[in-house]
Each structure stands twice: as structure tokens, then as C-alpha cells.
Design a protein around this ligand. Structure first.
Ligand SMILES: [Zn+2]
Length: 509
């Protein structure tokens, strides 16, 4: 290639890299624009052309700045951009995700086992063709720099040109503003660089210090236990309890005392959903969460998890999957049943009268739904076994997902059976999902879209409650619950008095 042998001017090189960046990584970006403007109208054409020009110039300008100011480091960053762009576009094309601050939070919090579930040959091809090969061109290119005077002139001209285009388009600002979450999430490499920074800024702000709630008092000595089961990506429309045509709740539907409420999640991703389930009100602040609060005020609290993403938990009994698997026997130990291992014994062994158990499941976590339940729970067949959704029919994907709901049904039924045997306790089981899941509706998969854009499947969640006969607790008839109901209902059931208690957010009569 001539390009690799001859010298190339820095401005030309920046434009060339910007063109490659545009051609390789912005199909989803412009597909979104085409779907959301009337491209047969003059205004629609204007938006599209202006976006193309702005994107080419703005990226070329950014690359020019990096190469001029950082020299060799600038080249290295460009190569990194192409490789990460390739990975990002693979995920956008395969799963319909948008790379926003929440998604970057998911990426940062994803452990190796989860990440390796996404690996595929197609991903490798993306990285080599769109990342490594342009990377080689960038390394080999012999760039001729400009003087500082010329650098200043180019910078000024570029800025003025971009401002002119932006202001000439002022009547489209509202359109851009409305669609900015998606556009920002599809523009490479800014989607992940900006949003990763945003994620860390948010994290720093929110986790600075947990705001303590005023002290609580335990009102009676009656032995009571609540098992709060936090679901993962469970959406209500696939539960037969909520009217789904396939029987995904064979156990719960036959269990007396099981009630279900319509409910919505406060967000479409795990960290926010779990935080909303555990806090007394939905704020951007980090207040003392339910387990920390009750533990500090004399309640026995146990956290058992096969998942991640909860706010910091400060209690003695925190058991992750590894700890739970230690004395677990049988095939179920490799799945979410491990959360039930010795559960009854642990409750019975408590010296406290009030017990809160939190089971943080991962049962319906995608994309490999078919790996989240033991083989005997493969009720609906055939199932999708690939991480490349294009290789599965939608029926196969939904079958696999429905089997995870069937397995959830079995786990919840077993929690109830355990509680029934603890006769000296009055007991309750509450199951709430962190958020829902898309399974191909509107060509969307998984979850994590901003709430304002998300389809209902991503936030309509199951909220299932069982109480023991001896608790004599009846449920209110509420039309639709939020995740905020959990905190106050648990306080009510365990007879805990607190200045932050809100009777309006309590499901028990
Ligand atoms: Zn989740």
C-alpha cells in the first residue's frame, strides 16, 4: 500500500481515519437516524447530511488534536479506539444495546465468567477486521506534522465551521435533544469514553458516604422472618401468574397464599434496580439500605447472592456463590438453587427474633438463558444455545427464557416450603425483579435502555408475595407497585418502628 510507504500530511491522515471510523462504526448510528426522521422530506435530508458532515469533521478534528498534541501517544489511543469501537459495535449490532453510562457501569461490574459468556467467533472477526487491521495502518503511517501557527489556524477554522453547521440547524435541536441519549450511545468512540467517565463521576458522587437513617425500634418479640428474593431480568409478562399462555408457574400457581401485584422497576439495569428495591425512597443519594439499616438496629440479616451490583452491604453474614457452594451437594449447586442451601437451618439457628434473608438471584440473566437452569428444567423446547442471536429463532430464545422463569418458580416454591417448616416463625416471601428484559420485541434484546425509551418489557416486573397462615397478614389491593414498597413492607411485617416508615408504601393490611 502506497499509504504505508509514503509520508502523509497530518490533516489528510486525520480525515482518512475519520472516514474509516465513519464507515466501520456508524451503521447503527445512521440506521437510527433513518428510522427516526422522514428522510423523504427536505428537513430529513438536511439532518442526515449535516450529521454526516459534522461527524466527519468533528472526529477528524479530535483525531488531529490528539495526533498533534500527543504524537505517539495519540497514535496509540487511536488504535485502542478502533479495537474498542469494533467490540462496541459488535454488541450494538448483536444485542441492540446502547452504550450509555449505565451500560459502562455494567461493563465495569461484569466479572470474567459473565464476560466470557459473550465471546464468539463473530466478535473475533469484528476485532480483527475493524480493529486490528486499521490499527496496523495507523502504526505504519508516516505522518508529517504542521507548525504551531498552522495548527492554530486549522483549529480555529474547524471550530468555526462546526459552529456554523450547528447553528444553521437550530430548528433541529429539539429533535437532537430528544434523541441525544441514543445518538450519544451510538457515536464512536465517544459513547464509551464519555460514558465511562460519567459512570465514574456518578459512582464517586453516590458512594462517597452512606447517609444513615434515624434509629429504628423493634416493637415486639414475635419470631418473624422475611425472605426477600431479588430477581434478575425477570419480566412479568412471561409469568403465567400474570396471564402468560405458557405454564411457567406450575408450582406457585398451586400454592395457597401466593399473591401477585403489577409492578414497575425504577430503572432497566441491575445496579439501579437493586438500589431501588433496598432503599426507603428513590433518590440519587445513597441512603442506608434495608439490610444495613436492619442489621444496625438489631435484626438478623443474611445476604446470599449469585449476582452482583448491589450497593455496599455492611453486615456479618454476606455469602457469595463461592461460600454457598462450599457445603452444597448435588447438581442444583451449580445453579441458583445454591441460594437455598442450608437456608432453613440458618434461619432456625438465629438467636434473634427478627430475621431478614435476602436472596439475590441471577436466574434469568442473558444472553445465555439456557445455561441458567438444570437440564431437567428444560420444559419448553427447542431452546437457543448460541450467544449470537441471529442463529436462533425467536421461539427458541423465548423458550430458553421461559425455562428460567419456570426454574424461578421452582426456587420460590422451595423458599415457601422451607418457611412453612419453620412453624414457630411467622413468615413472608417477597419476590421482586430488578428490571425486565427484551426478547426481540422491536428488535431489542436484553435490557439497559434509558427508562424513557425502554419498552414495557424492560420495566414491567413481577412482585409476588406469600405469607404464612400464622402471620394473619392480609394484603392491600394496590393497582401498581413500585420497588419502593419493599422497604416499608418489610419493616411492617417485622414490626419495626422507624421515623422513615411510610404506611402508603406498605402492602400489608
Ligand atoms: Zn439485572
Amino acid at each position: 500500500m502506497r499509504l504505508l510507504k509514503d509520508n502523509i500530511k497530518i490533516v489528510h491522515f486525520s480525515l482518512l481515519i475519520s472516514c474509516l471510523n465513519f464507515l466501520f462504526f456508524h451503521f447503527p448510528f445512521f440506521k437510527f437516524i433513518f428510522n427516526n426522521v422522514d428522510y423523504k422530506s427536505f428537513n430529513g435530508i438536511t439532518i442526515i447530511i449535516c450529521f454526516i458532515i459534522l461527524m466527519l469533521v468533528a472526529n477528524a478534528f479530535a483525531f488531529f488534536l490528539m495526533l498533534f498534541l500527543l504524537r505517539f501517544v495519540g497514535k496509540t489511543i487511536l488504535i485502542l479506539f478502533f479495537i474498542v469501537n469494533a467490540i462496541a459495535v459488535y454488541f450494538i449490532n448483536t444485542y441492540g444495546v446502547i452504550i450509555n453510562a449505565e451500560m459502562m457501569g455494567n461493563v465495569v461490574n461484569t466479572n470474567y465468567a459473565e464476560a466470557s459468556g459473550f465471546f464468539s467467533i463473530k466478535l473475533l472477526l469484528y476485532i480483527i477486521l475493524l480493529g486490528v487491521i486499521p490499527g496496523i495502518i495507523i502504526i505504519k503511517a508516516k505522518i508529517v506534522n504542521v507548525t504551531f501557527k498552522r495548527f492554530s489556524a486549522i483549529t480555529l477554522a474547524s471550530l468555526l465551521f462546526m459552529l456554523a453547521v450547528v447553528f444553521a440547524n437550530s430548528k433541529n435541536w429539539l429533535w437532537v435533544d430528544k434523541n441525544s441519549p441514543v445518538l450519544g450511545g451510538l457515536a464512536m468512540p465517544w459513547s464509551y469514553t464519555v460514558n465511562l467517565s460519567l459512570f465514574f463521576v456518578h459512582k464517586h458522587q453516590e458512594n462517597e458516604k452512606e447517609i444513615l437513617l434515624p434509629d429504628a425500634t423493634i416493637k415486639d418479640n414475635r419470631k418473624s422472618v422475611v425472605v426477600l428474593v431479588i430477581g434478575e431480568s425477570a419480566r412479568s409478562e412471561n409469568f403465567s401468574l400474570y396471564g402468560y399462555s405458557k405454564n411457567t408457574n406450575p408450582f406457585l400457581s398451586k400454592t395457597p397464599g401466593v399473591f401477585h401485584f403489577n409492578a414497575t422497576s425504577c430503572a432497566t439495569y441491575t445496579t439501579a434496580g437493586v438500589k431501588c428495591i433496598l432503599e426507603h425512597k428513590n433518590t440519587g443519594e445513597l441512603y442506608e439500605i434495608l439490610p444495613n439499616y436492619l442489621y444496625r438496629n438489631g435484626v438478623e440479616v443474611v445476604w446470599r447472592t449469585t449476582n452482583w451490583g448491589e450497593p455496599p452491604v455492611h453486615i456479618k453474614n454476606y455469602l457469595n456463590k463461592e461460600a454457598l457452594m462450599k457445603d452444597c451437594k448435588g447438581d442444583g449447586c451449580y445453579y441458583d438453587e445454591v441460594l437455598l442451601n442450608n437456608l432453613k437451618e440458618q434461619i432456625a439457628a438465629s438467636t434473634k427474633n427478627k430475621v431478614l434473608i435476602i436472596l439475590h438471584t441471577s436466574t434469568s440473566h442473558g444472553p445465555e438463558y439456557s445455561k441458567k437452569y438444570p437440564p431437567q428444567f428444560e420444559t419448553f423446547k427447542p431452546v437457543c444455545n448460541s450467544v449470537e442471536l441471529a442463529k436462533c429463532s425467536n421461539t427458541e430464545l423465548v423458550n430458553a427464557y421461559d425455562n428460567t422463569i419456570g426454574y424461578t418458580d421452582y426456587i420460590l416454591y422451595n423458599v415457601i416450603e422451607d418457611l412453612k417448616q419453620l412453624k414457630e416463625y411467622k413468615s413472608a416471601m417477597i419476590f421482586v425483579s430488578d428490571h425486565g428484559e427484551s426478547l426481540g420485541e422491536k428488535n431489542l434484546y436484553m435490557h439497559g435502555l434509558p427508562l424513557s425509551l425502554a419498552p414495557k418489557q424492560q420495566y414491567n416486573i413481577p412482585f409476588i408475595v406469600w405469607t404464612s397462615d400464622n402471620s394473619l397478614k392480609q394484603l392491600k389491593t394496590e393497582n401498581s407497585l413500585s420497588q419502593d414498597y419493599v422497604f416499608h413492607s418489610v419493616l411492617n411485617f417485622l414490626s419495626i418502628q422507624s421515623p422513615v416508615y411510610n404506611e402508603e408504601l406498605n402492602i400489608f393490611k
